[in-house]
Design a protein. Sequence first.
Length: 300
Amino acid sequence: MTTATANNRAALEASRAITRRSASNLALSFVALDKRRRNAMSALYAFCRQVDDVADEETQPREQRAAALQDWREDIQRACEGGQPRIQVNQALQPVIEQYALKFEHFDELIRGMETDLAQDRFATLEELDLYCYRAASVVGLLSIEIFGYRDDACQDYAIHLGKALQLTNILRDVGNDAGRGRIYLPVAEMEKHGVDPQSLLDLKYSAAFHNLAADTAVRARGHYQKASKLLPAADRRAMVAAEAMGAVYWRLLRRMEDAKFRVLDSPPTRLGRLHKLALVFGTWCRVKIGSAQPNYGCD
């Protein structure tokens, strides 16, 4: 075994370890993929996880985290341009970038999303939040569908809307945790519209006004789920099985929050058990396998 081969294997195993440790909903959906694509998604997920961790490491000064994100940007650009990346995760990702023609512009947008988290802890308008959701989630979808493989370019719009749906669901689920860190993703304009005092969120005080704000946000998430479901081309449904599984899991999270009247401030974050999530992934796989066109989300 050559030194280069050994290094590549070590880098890939490091990425797999990051994916296993995360226990995330995204990583769980990889079970629906063949081994080659599963390994590729593990490498991509490890990159996403690591840059997110850099931005969230609040024990480090913001300037230091910003510099670290710039290092990641420059290193992934080297990987995209055929150079030699220094960071191990990017070394594992480089063959994936080459094989699936992943674009630096999408990695750059993702890092811009992480930099937004460093630069601000409030969003003024829905438009600002929409851009953040695109950068934090939709570009991950755009990278992922290249690995999944698609034939119809409508899949790109599908990935954008599904990413925004998932990110809005995440934001609702994590309102309490984010508030504990002094961060509010729900836009100031929407809080004012519903009569929600930002301090009440920071104090984790649930109210009817907050319920109405959260319900309005859920309606927007529903709209993105429904658009994604309609935009997914029939010819690409089988290839998008992992994305569809993600949609099914996060849709169930949203429905559970709706049923609980969005008690996300004074209760632990909404979760699904591992067996429940596996059942949703398996159900999605079966539905795709038999050729069902029934939506996984947005319709109940």
